[in-house]
Design a protein around this ligand. Structure first.
Ligand code: AMP
Ligand code: MG
Length: 488
């Protein structure tokens, strides 16, 4: 208890109030020799946790899963999911929910360990994770947060002192993840398929109370809930598209109910603009390519809608009709968010549907000339597009003139336009070669300085006053397309 007071953990276990089928209570799964590798000071502070106390021996044991947090009941959550279109029983096979922390502002956050050992849902897996993938999730999720995109956060990574076997032997690691919750589309699929109607209702009420409490006393709250999730996912995926983020494995178990980005495996940011970009080595059919993400979002939400049908209306036909109607909002909402975001990126305050051709032309030109997505918008923002290879190309110059005319149509000062663009176009993203460089130094040489520097830069990506120019460069060698591997 004393340790708890010092760190500031304040745990609830609301998930354990759900029907037993939804989770498995777990013992912790100790590792050999926990060592703290990285700790997120800003996040700790925002959660009301003491940074120094979090680094203590006892705390590191907790972050490694060698002992439970005081007041927490460790559980593995049950869920199912469509993986690359195929429905499977999944669940936390290498994660533990330690409890839900109440922040100083009264918000509830899941505290989850990832890589914490086998559970009843592990299937053939070892329940463990490698240092590389855990640091990768740490970097990318913190970058996403910096970019203003809803995401789970990374509080800490510890090594376990045990090697794990993958394609190569790797140091084992555990990541402490903070999330609005770990409720997924797949959680609902699980309850709909294997739970009773009562189980499903309990889960839906839990999700509504936790994420959409104002719906609690509304008539047909389950339909409204579906509509809200649709809206949040439309907003989220539009944000991904606007920064060129490719999730890589948008299975239904990797889509949250809260609207946060989750499960950073083979994800990466696109450099050269190409709608067909796929980084994941296992995504052979390009199901989760950049251009497909919005549609896959709709596909996943349709799976959520199906899971909720029996709650939406007792008459199946009417339920289907209501759910389908709710789904029609998704493409509209998505376009609304995307268009508004693109307007901001181009400094257009009063963007309209008619501006889509201006946007599309720019994207087509970027694709035609192999321009870097982030740098093109950065240089447009800075009024330095002459530094881009696009400059001087007849069709691009024509586009540029049209864009300038469009800006002139608004009764807004140049400064104002630039301010809007600076807020909307990151200077830096976690470029793939930079991420690899940081991970290699960390894993091969236990040198974390490159990682620390990278984190510093990518967590304030809109800071145009900083000298981040080195981080805007593309890799010098072009040794073939970048490939990512599932973080297992
Ligand atoms: P992910 O690819 O991380 O979204 O995981 C998909 C499913 O595989 C989830 O049910 C995970 O818990 C499970 N899983 C992934 N890696 C492992 C592992 N090393 N051991 C056990 N289960 C795993
Ligand atoms: Mg997952």
């Amino acid at each position: 208890m004393e340790n708890n007071l010092k760190i500031g953990w304040n745990l609830e276990n609301t998930y354990t109030s759900l029907p037993n089928i939804m989770f498995s209570e777990m013992d912790v799964n100790p590792v050999n020799n926990p060592k703290l590798i990285i700790l997120n000071e800003k996040l700790a502070k925002s959660l009301g946790l003491d940074y120094t106390a979090l680094k203590s021996k006892v705390s590191v044991e907790e972050l490694a899963g060698n002992r439970a947090l005081e007041g927490g009941i460790p559980i593995a959550q049950a869920y199912a999911g469509h993986q690359f279109g195929h429905f499977t029983m999944l669940g936390d096979g290498r994660a533990l929910l330690l409890g839900e922390h109440i922040s100083p502002s009264g918000e509830l956050f899941d505290v989850q360990l990832k890589g914490s050992g086998r559970t009843p849902y592990s299937r053939g897996g070892d329940g463990r994770a490698g240092l590389g993938p855990m640091l990768r999730e740490y970097i990318i999720s913190e970058a996403m947060h910096g970019l203003g995109i809803p995401t789970t956060r990374s509080l800490a990574v510890v090594t376990t002192g045990e090697d794990i076997m993958r394609e190569m032997v790797q140091p084992g690691a555990v990541m402490a993840r903070i999330a609005a919750s770990h409720l997924r589309v797949g959680t609902f699929q699980f309850a709909a398929k294997w739970g009773t109607p009562k189980d499903l209702k309990a889960l839906a009420d839990y999700a509504i109370e936790r994420h959409y409490p104002i719906l609690m006393d509304k008539e047909n709250r389950y339909l409204l809930f579906l509509q809200e999730v649709i809206e949040r996912q439309a907003a989220l995926i539009a944000k991904w598209q606007l920064v060129g983020f490719i999730h890589g494995v948008m299975n239904t178990d990797n889509m949250t109910i809260s609207g946060e980005t989750i499960d950073y495996g083979p994800c990466a940011f696109m450099d050269t603009y190409n709608r067909k970009t796929v980084f994941s080595s296992i995504d052979i059919q390009a199901r989760y390519a950049y251009e497909n993400q919005p549609n896959i979002g709709a596909w996943n939400l349709a799976r959520l809608a199906e899971s909720l049908l029996s709650l939406i209306h007792e008459d199946q036909e009417q339920a289907v009709e209501l759910a389908q109607k709710a789904m029609t909002a998704y493409p509209e909402k998505y376009e609304e968010y995307w268009l508004a975001g693109m307007g901001n990126k181009l400094g257009i305050f009063n963007i309209e549907h008619e501006d889509i051709s201006l946007i599309d032309t720019l994207l087509q030109l970027m694709e035609k000339y192999g321009a870097d997505y982030t740098n093109t918008f950065r240089l447009l923002t800075l009024g330095k597009i002459d530094e881009s290879d696009l400059f001087g190309k007849k069709d691009f110059d024509l586009w540029h003139e049209k864009w300038q005319q469009r800006l002139d149509e608004q009764d807004v000062s140049k400064d104002f336009i630039q301010q809007l663009m600076q807020k909307s176009n990151p200077v830096v993203i976690p470029r793939n070669h930079r991420v690899e460089e940081a991970l290699e130094a960390a894993i091969e040489r236990e040198d974390y300085s490159i990682l620390e520097n990278l984190l510093q830069v990518i967590t304030s990506p809109y800071d145009y006053s900083s000298d981040y120019i080195d981080y805007t460069n593309l890799p010098s060698d072009t040794s073939g397309p970048y490939k990512t591997f599932c973080g297992t």
